[in-house]
Each structure stands twice: as structure tokens, then as C-alpha cells.
Design a protein around this ligand. Structure first.
Ligand code: AHG
Ligand code: MN
Ligand code: MN
Length: 340
């Protein structure tokens, strides 16, 4: 894909997707239609996020716990319903998965099954919702295993290896609402113009700087880390390489990742080695780790597990399985790999 020029910033995401579709001879428009439903849901969630705390009383927690055993915030629930309802009826999905729903989400009776699957983290950074800190949505789209089938999709259609993703992306509800996505030809970013309700091309070719001075990890977990991981973090804070790195940790993966994509840096979420809280790491492979790894690699970065495995080579076996994640600027991840 030819990187578009900044002056093309009046390109809407819908127009961008149609131009992408026209370049693919076999394209049927299904992916474009799927994305238009995703966009619609994203605008609705963005509108609610922007006015959370006002009359709708959409802040705070529900009485529910999700499959992860975490308290479901009202906005988690709301975002899950908006994305699930908008996407399952679009006619181009055969099955869906959401962080907030334990089992696979079937296509409702009477609606067409299409050739794609989507796994979604409807609201990422829930712990930050009530403090008005940036939060996001993360999604991962695959083609179903039998591309010609018209039958309902299965869990196997969702549990595919990361490098086969058709599209990975996130929406960050920050100082502006941005949608960042990759369909395997680099990374592009769109900014929502609330005055016209359109996502407009603002970052035609997002490339992650090869090095970066920012590291992003929850240091409160220091005593749970392996000695190797502790040594790595001690090293990047020391004067051994001259200047120590700068610590930045928002606690919303989308926001921490997005900042590092723009400025360079490394984000790390290792596993607990001293408790059974997160023995395999906290983040979920299907709808957090794999899509972010896809975007990172497409932007020239790297994404590995704490054992040094390439994340995009991992094949999930469970919908909500967790994984460790070290993701960011290529040279920073390579430096990490020297410590394990
Ligand atoms: P979610 O709100 O979808 O459960 O995701 C929260 C994740 C991720 O956004 C963030 O990087 C991480 O949890 C922060 O975890 P800690 O609070 O343990 O640092
Ligand atoms: Mn999340
Ligand atoms: Mn979430």
C-alpha cells in the first residue's frame, strides 16, 4: 500500500477501506462492511465515554464479575453490548469473542454468517474509567478456517495463530478518539472529528522508532518478577548505559502502547513467579496481546513473550488464555532478550 500523503488528511476511514478493497481483485466488500459496523459502534462508545459521569450514571461498577473474576465496570458492559450488537448482525462474521463473555458469541438466528471472526476487548483499561484517564478498545479479525463455509463459526475459527490476522486495531479514547489499524500493509491512524462524526486519516504511515527512552511496566509487581526480569529493569534504570530510561505507566494497555508507538519505547507485562495470581501473565492473548503484537510488527517494532517467543507465532488454545508481553521498539526488545 502506497503511504498516503499528510495533505490527504481529508480521507475518511470509510473511503480508505473502499480504496483498500478496490486494490484487492477478489475483495467482495465484506471486510469493508464489517469495519463500517465496527466504526459505528466505536463512535457510540466514544460518545458515551466523553460524557460518562453525567446523567446516564454510566460510571462505576456493576454487581457482575467476568470470566476473569474481575469486577465488570458499567462502561465495560455497555461497550460490550454496543460492539456485540453492532457486529454480530453485520452479515460478515461467522463467530465473535469478547473479554466480557465466557463463551463464543454466535451470529443471531436469521442473520447471515460471513467469512470473518472478531475477538474484542470492548473496554481496555477499566481500572481507569472512573478517574477520567485514557481507555480503549482492542480488536483482532481473522478469516474463518473454511472461507467458503456459510455455517456458524466455531471456537477453532477464533483460535488461530497471530500472524494470520486479517486486521488488528485499537481505538484510544484519549484527548482525541483515534482508531489505529493494520491490515498487513503497515499501520495507519484516524482521528475522530466529532463535528462530522467521521474518522479522518491523521497518521498515514505509523512507524515505531527503532529505539526509545520510555519503559512502561507496573513496578509494584517487582517482587513477583523473575531475577532475570528484575536485572533487566534494574539495568535500564541504572547509569550503565549512560542515561536511565524514563518511566511512564498509564495502566491502560492501549494508551501505554499508543504512546510508545508514537515516541518509541518498551511495554512489559511479565508473569508472577512468586504467586499464582498471573502465572502466565495478565494480558489476554486473543484480544490484547496478539492484536498489539501485529500492529507493533507492522510498524517495525517487536513483540515477544517473557521467554523470548515471537507472540505472532503463538496459537491460542483457550479463548481467554493469558500471555506475557514485551512489546515495543525493535532495539529495546532486542536489549531485553539479552537478559533472558
Ligand atoms: P482490561 O481493563 O481490559 O481488563 O485491561 C486492563 C489491562 C491493560 O489495559 C493494562 O495494561 C493492564 O491491565 C494493567 O494491569 P495492572 O493494573 O496490573 O498494571
Ligand atoms: Mn484490556
Ligand atoms: Mn477490557
Amino acid at each position: 500500500m502506497m503511504p498516503l500523503k499528510p495533505q490527504d488528511n481529508l480521507i475518511s476511514l470509510s473511503q480508505f477501506l473502499i480504496e483498500e478493497q478496490l486494490k484487492l481483485p477478489y475483495a467482495t466488500g465484506g471486510f469493508t462492511a464489517l469495519m463500517s459496523h465496527l466504526l459505528y459502534a466505536a463512535k457510540i462508545v466514544s460518545r458515551e465515554v466523553r460524557k460518562a459521569g453525567l446523567l446516564d450514571n454510566i460510571l462505576g461498577a456493576t454487581q457482575k464479575e467476568n470470566v476473569q473474576g474481575e469486577t465488570v465496570m458499567k462502561l465495560d458492559d455497555y461497550a460490550d453490548r454496543i460492539f456485540t450488537n453492532a457486529l454480530t448482525i453485520c452479515g460478515h462474521l461467522c463467530v465473535m469473542a469478547s473479554e466480557e463473555q465466557e463463551e463464543i458469541i454466535p451470529i443471531p438466528e436469521g442473520y447471515k454468517c460471513g467469512k470473518y471472526t472478531i475477538a474484542i476487548d470492548p473496554l481496555d483499561g477499566s481500572s481507569n474509567i472512573d478517574s477520567n484517564v485514557s481507555i480503549g478498545t482492542i480488536f483482532s479479525i481473522h478469516r474463518r478456517l473454511d472461507i467458503e463455509a456459510k455455517t456458524p463459526g466455531t471456537k477453532a475459527d477464533l483460535l488461530q495463530v497471530g500472524h494470520k490476522q486479517r486486521c488488528a486495531g485499537y481505538i484510544v479514547y484519549g484527548s482525541s478518539t483515534m482508531l489505529v489499524l493494520s491490515t498487513g500493509n503497515g499501520v495507519v491512524g484516524f482521528t475522530l472529528d466529532p463535528s462530522c462524526g467521521e474518522f479522518l486519516l491523521s497518521h498515514p504511515n505509523m512507524v515505531m522508532p527503532e529505539t526509545g527512552n520510555i519503559y512502561s511496566v507496573n513496578e509494584g509487581n517487582y517482587n513477583y518478577w523473575s531475577p532475570e526480569f528484575q536485572n533487566y529493569v534494574k539495568h535500564i534504570k541504572s547509569l550503565e548505559d549512560g542515561k536511565p530510561k524514563t518511566a511512564r505507566y498509564i495502566g491502560s494497555l492501549v494508551a501505554d502502547f499508543h504512546r510508545n508507538l508514537l515516541k518509541g519505547g518498551i511495554f512489559l507485562y511479565p508473569n508472577d513467579t512468586k504467586s499464582n495470581k498471573y502465572p502466565d501473565g495478565k494480558l489476554r492473548l486473543l484480544y490484547e496481546v496478539a492484536p498489539m503484537a501485529f500492529i507493533a510488527e507492522q510498524a517495525g517494532g517487536m513483540a515477544v513473550t517473557v521467554k523470548g517467543e515471537r507472540i505472532l507465532d503463538l496459537t491460542p488454545t483457550q479463548l481467554h488464555q493469558r500471555s506475557t508481553m514485551i512489546v515495543g521498539s525493535k532495539k529495546e526488545v532486542e536489549q531485553f532478550l539479552k537478559f533472558i
